[in-house]
Design a protein around this ligand. Structure first.
Ligand code: SIN
Ligand code: FE2
Length: 216
């Protein structure tokens, strides 16, 4: 499988199968991290990061933006995908060929051929920011996987089961790691523990996570 991976100077990327249709592609995005980060900066200049409010009225600690034909949004009216950034009423920035190709190559390396996402949610975690356990279930078609790319500060990812109360496994997600889950694991609960203080040479004091989805 190694030849499916872009080469990296941070050691050979490798694939770790973590359960049914769950694959952690260590270092899969490392070689492209600088180019990815440049694109993320340009996306956030057009559609700024913002703290979204949950339907229950809580302000999320992560800051969020999107690119693609759909962007993920949340407010008092619920969680949903929208074609325009509600803050600017302009379409979300387009998903570049670099982002698209990274997502579909990672999906294929994890066993999901032909993944063509239409939405990329970009989450920025400053130290202390976290994401509570949740399921990704606003997409129309659960046959497509979720492809999650981590850049910058490390995080402890919580990967649970199909019920919120199921035990969670803790995974370290490092700069350049790509986690892919789908199939029978597509609706498993997951979240992120509070990010610890630190500094990363590319992103500074932040963790950036991209999740590619087929919103439909
Ligand atoms: C998410 O579940 O949308 C984000 C996951 C992460 O930040 O690793
Ligand atoms: Fe999620």
């Amino acid at each position: 499988m190694a030849d499916l991976f872009a080469s990296s100077d941070a050691g050979e990327p490798w694939a770790e199968h973590l359960g049914p249709s769950v694959c952690l592609l260590h270092g899969f995005a490392t070689a492209q991290a600088q180019d990815l980060y440049k694109e993320i900066l340009s996306i956030s200049e057009h559609s700024a990061y913002r703290h979204l409010t949950t339907p229950g009225g809580f302000v999320m600690s992560v800051q969020t933006t999107s690119c693609g034909t759909k962007g993920w949004f949340s407010d008092r009216d619920g969680y949903r995908y929208v074609a325009k950034d509600p803050e600017s009423d302009a379409p979300w920035p387009r998903m570049s060929a670099l982002l698209l190709s990274l997502a579909s190559r990672a999906a294929a390396a994890a066993g999901f051929e032909g993944f063509v996402p239409d939405a990329c949610l970009i989450n920025r975690y400053v130290p202390g920011a976290k994401m509570s356990l949740h399921q990704d279930k606003n997409e129309r078609d659960f046959n497509a996987p979720i492809v999650s790319v981590s850049l910058g500060l490390p995080a402890t990812f919580m990967f649970g089961g199909h019920a919120r109360s199921d035990p969670v496994k803790h995974l370290d997600l490092l700069h350049g790691d790509v986690l892919v889950w789908g199939g029978e694991s597509r609706l498993r609960f997951h979240g992120v523990m509070p990010v610890a203080p630190g500094h990363h040479s590319l992103t500074g004091a932040q963790r950036i996570n991209l999740t590619f989805r087929l919103a439909g």
